[in-house]
Design a protein around this ligand. Structure first.
Ligand SMILES: *Cc1c(COP(=O)(O)O)cnc(C)c1O
Length: 360
């Protein structure tokens, strides 16, 4: 069976960096092999640099981005704890569901899809309800909008600040310590340019001291997973060694190019794509001023069959883009420029073939 070669310009996964693919293909190491532990330590160190944190507890959780979300909530909220969640899209909604399953009393603060999360409304709700946790998605992949996490951190008061940076880490600036974020998680298949399978997570001392002693998940109990680095390391579950090697390879690609250059590349691709789509007469969906460069949302023109265009892109050109989410399923397209996919050559090609298919 042959697997087709695609250009992945959907909301994820993106095309992995060649260094990640190469690392995945290397001989497997045992999960307690000293050479694997060195790779794991270097991976955690690279994640610290990208998260912009000095948190000792920074590690890749086994599982995709949603495992990071679940680990973040199950270790910080339990029966009756108040979680105030800013919701401006699908992933904010998922946070509410996950927090509620952990037993939290969820206070949901909605903003229109396509807009950033309302900072004042979230902080106000957190004060009134004595929130233990304030949770927010930095880059809403369902809508293409960026929220102001630094402003939430500045006003969080006694609450812990929990940030989803699945679609931002590695693509746009993320500043865990400077923004006052207490716990954050990401995923490998978005801007980190690695196949899906791990959820980088970081937690500071403040959140660690207030964590749930015996969380309702055995697998995601951060206390049992331990510090992952140093002499205290002991077996909890078998680390997904190949995936960790893949992440190590992806991080090497990012550090070889330089994180600032990688972000500039994402920024440029987003700018060029968004201007070209507007020049084609298409309307962008996310609010101006809050648009993510790595995930562009654009309205499907009236009378155009959204699924038909995506099918033509995939079948004629081997290019994948995403449809919309929820009520926007067939009225919005989501175009990712993440990781290794974030190249001008991909943007230029997509704009040309989309113009051809749409006859514009
Ligand atoms: C993709 C994504 C997730 C979920 O990650 P999975 O890898 O699909 O489990 C969570 N939050 C955001 C913002 C995402 O984009």
């Amino acid at each position: 069976m042959t697997i087709p070669d695609r250009i992945l310009m959907g909301p994820g996964p993106c095309n992995p960096y060649p260094e990640a693919v190469e690392a995945l293909g290397r001989p497997l190491l045992g999960h307690l092999d000293p050479d694997f532990l060195r790779i794991l330590d270097e991976t955690c160190e690279g994640l610290r640099t990208l998260f912009k944190t000095s948190n000792a507890r920074t590690l890749p959780i086994s599982g995709t981005g949603s495992a990071g979300m679940e680990a973040a909530f199950v270790n910080t909220v339990s029966d009756g704890d108040v979680a105030v969640v800013g919701v401006n899209g699908l992933f904010g909604e998922r946070m509410c569901d996950v927090a509620a399953r952990c037993g939290a009393r969820v206070i949901r603060v909605d903003s229109p899809w396509g807009e950033p999360v309302g900072v004042d409304a979230v902080l106000d709700a957190a004060r009134r309800h004595h929130a233990k946790v304030i949770a927010v998605v930095h880059a809403e992949t369902s809508t293409g909008a960026r929220s102001d996490v630094a402003a939430l951190g500045a006003g969080k008061g006694d609450a812990l600040l929990l940030m989803d940076c699945v679609t931002s880490l590695g693509g746009i600036p993320v500043e865990v310590d400077a923004w006052g974020v207490d716990i954050a998680y990401a995923g490998t298949q978005k801007c980190l340019g690695v196949p899906p399978g791990l959820a980088p997570l970081t937690i500071n001392d403040r959140a660690w001291e207030r964590r749930i002693e015996r969380p309702r998940s055995w697998y995601l109990d951060l206390g049992m997973i331990g510090e992952y680095t140093g002499a205290a390391r002991k077996y909890h579950h078998t680390a997904p060694v190949a995936m960790v090697a893949g992440l190590h390879g992806g991080l090497s690609a990012i550090f070889d190019e330089g994180p600032a250059a990688v972000q500039a590349r994402h920024e440029e691709c987003g700018q060029v794509l968004q201007s070209a789509l507007e020049a084609m007469g298409l309307e962008l969906f996310a609010a101006a001023g809050s648009r993510l460069p790595e995930l562009t949302t654009v309205r499907v023109p009236d009378g155009v069959d959204s699924a038909g265009v995506r099918k033509a892109l995939l079948e004629r050109y081997g290019v994948e883009i995403g449809g919309g989410v929820g009520q926007y399923a067939s009225s919005v397209w989501r175009i990712g420029c993440m990781g290794h996919t974030a190249r001008l050559r991909n943007v230029t090609m997509l704009v040309a073939v989309l113009a051809e298919i749409l006859g514009r």
